[in-house]
Design a binder for this molecule. Structure first.
Ligand code: PRT
Ligand code: MG
Length: 215
């Protein structure tokens, strides 16, 4: 019985390595150094599939992968149907923030009931946030480099992830509101959890021990 784990390259892969290793799983290759999309491991029955971060929930939802690791941002935007989220792995931590050009008086704009143009890769999170505040917004969906949008007049503000704050500073933007704390979660296909229970449970237990939520 093969177990397939969906991961994205970069920070999620790097921060997942110690968790995999605690479960006795060692990838045969580094996806950042290889063009392979299916990576074998030291376990004959465990393989990794390397997908875009935002595609991880889709692979797991349809059972193309049994397990996956995805950011809370990605999981909220996906909606989570068909997925079981047993564990917050506390990796790839960052914050979802509203950011604006330095000098833009966000509080005043909100107080005066201005209609805000918001550029973001996270339309669902942004829409829910501004709806809760009762602020009218036009959401402009982008796929990357949100920081550029207010600099060229595409939007008033952005909703984006911030970790060190370096990207905002480099573009003369400032965080003006915190929306959510983000970390990555393990997601499991609900059917696989039943059908492949004996293969999946030891991986869940090993991950839980590392993140201090041991059963
Ligand atoms: O890059 P790609 O378009 O394929 O997808 P992705 O950007 O969603 O993937 P990846 O691998 O970059 O991020 C995967 C997950 O890591 C995200 O879904 C988040 O849950 C989490 N994460 C943690 C982050 C960051 N920190 C982060 N800083 N994801 C993105 N960033 C970006 C942010 O969007 C901004 O452009 O880094 C920039 C800000 O970083 P600082 O350090 O300058 O503040
Ligand atoms: Mg990225």
């Amino acid at each position: 019985m093969t177990l397939t784990i969906a991961l994205s390259k970069g920070r999620i892969f790097e921060e997942t390595l110690p968790l995999l290793s605690a479960a006795g799983i060692v990838p045969a290759e580094d996806p950042d150094a290889s063009r392979k999309l299916i990576i074998d491991t030291n376990h004959p029955d465990v393989r990794l599939v390397i997908v875009r971060a935002s595609d991880v929930p889709t692979y797991v939802q349809y059972g193309a992968a049994d397990l996956g690791i995805a950011g809370r941002d990605v999981l909220i935007e996906h909606g989570g149907s068909g997925l079981y989220h047993p564990l917050d792995l506390d990796i790839a931590r960052c914050r979802m923030m509203v950011a604006a050009p330095e000098g833009f008086d966000y509080e005043a704009a909100v107080r005066h009931g201005a209609r805000l143009k918001v550029a973001t890769k996270y339309p669902r999170i942004a829409r829910e946030h501004f709806a809760r505040k009762g602020v009218h917004v036009d959401i402009i969906k982008l796929y990357g480099s949100m920081e550029l949008a207010p600099l060229v007049g595409l939007s008033d503000v952005i909703v984006d992830l911030v970790s060190t704050g370096g990207t905002l500073r480099a573009n003369k933007l400032a965080a003006v509101e915190h929306i959510l704390d983000i970390s990555s979660r393990l997601v499991v296909n609900q059917a696989a959890l039943k059908l492949k229970h004996d293969a999946i449970q030891p991986v869940l237990d090993a991950f839980a021990r590392v993140v201090g939520e041991a059963p």
